[in-house]
Design a protein around this ligand. Structure first.
Ligand SMILES: [Ca+2]
Ligand SMILES: [Ca+2]
Length: 268
């Protein structure tokens, strides 16, 4: 009898630990405003909010993504446009934007900011909320990642790490009304105390460029927008397991499992 009670206790404790671990690891899919995996060959939104995008000026969805297919940008005039919606407007006060990017170096540094930057995610054209990679016009800052908004105080922030090396990097920008945080490959690249709200009402979202400038050269995959500021563990789960599987939208792929296994092995 005593043995059974002990076993019951052990199982209860184990169950509680597993349940709390699971809820800690989960990202609430209800906070995902737009999820663009590109795996259907287009810019369809997997979040359920209907924020489907449109390929502009010859932008393509191609094989060779981080996982499955990816958005391909020519550095000239390509981008994807997502029309404004009430769900996109819900990101004004708390926000997370995530994306995998594989960007090429556009050329040698020269004087003249900033039309040759690589835009990743932008609520614009008034720079209401941007996740942007510096181009040659930024001179020695070429390849560094910039986040911010015209309406925040302070407005802009960029970190030390460069990502224009034709390798895949995971970028995330979070804002909670008190702090901007830029993550690169799951680690904090830079953060800054900040106040204000994004003026995004009625604004389209552009992926990989804008209608007038800052056209990325390279690939982008697994772009997501949330109306909450996610924690670092959430960002790392999205990076390691894939945006679709973390949100329960797609099954965990063998490739995703392998990536996670390798990441675990490497950190041991
Ligand atoms: Ca084009
Ligand atoms: Ca993909």
């Amino acid at each position: 009898m005593r043995k059974n009670w002990t076993m019951l206790l052990v199982l209860t404790v184990l169950g509680t630990v597993l349940i709390s671990f699971h809820s800690f690891a989960a990202v609430d899919s209800a906070t995902a405003v737009g999820v663009w995996l590109f795996d259907d060959g287009d810019v369809s939104d997997a979040s359920g909010n209907g924020n489907d995008g449109e390929l502009m000026n010859g932008a393509e969805v191609v094989n060779g993504g981080k996982w499955g297919m990816a958005l391909s940008l020519d550095g000239d005039d390509d981008y994807a446009n997502v029309a404004n919606s009430a769900s996109l407007d819900s990101t004004a006060e708390a926000y997370t934007g995530v994306a995998w990017v594989k960007l090429q170096r556009k050329g040698d540094p020269y004087s003249g900011c900033c039309a040759d930057d690589h835009m990743v995610i932008a609520f614009t054209t008034s720079w209401n909320n941007i996740l942007n990679v510096f181009g040659p016009g930024r001179n020695t800052n070429q390849g560094k990642v910039e986040v911010g908004s015209q309406e925040l105080n302070p407005r802009w922030l960029f970190g030390p790490t460069t990502v224009n090396d034709d390798q895949w990097h995971h970028l995330a920008f979070t804002y909670d009304g008190a702090k901007k945080i830029l993550y690169i490959d799951g680690e904090v690249d830079i953060d800054q105390d900040t106040t204000g709200a994004f003026g995004v009402t009625g604004v389209d979202v552009h992926l990989g460029g804008t209608p007038t400038e800052r056209i990325a050269l390279g690939l982008m995959d697994e772009i997501g927008i949330f109306n909450v500021s996610l924690e670092q563990t959430d960002i790392q789960n999205i990076m390691n397991d894939g945006l679709g599987s973390v949100l329960g939208l797609t099954p965990v792929t063998p490739q995703g499992r392998l990536t996670t296994t390798w990441a675990n092995i490497k950190t041991q």
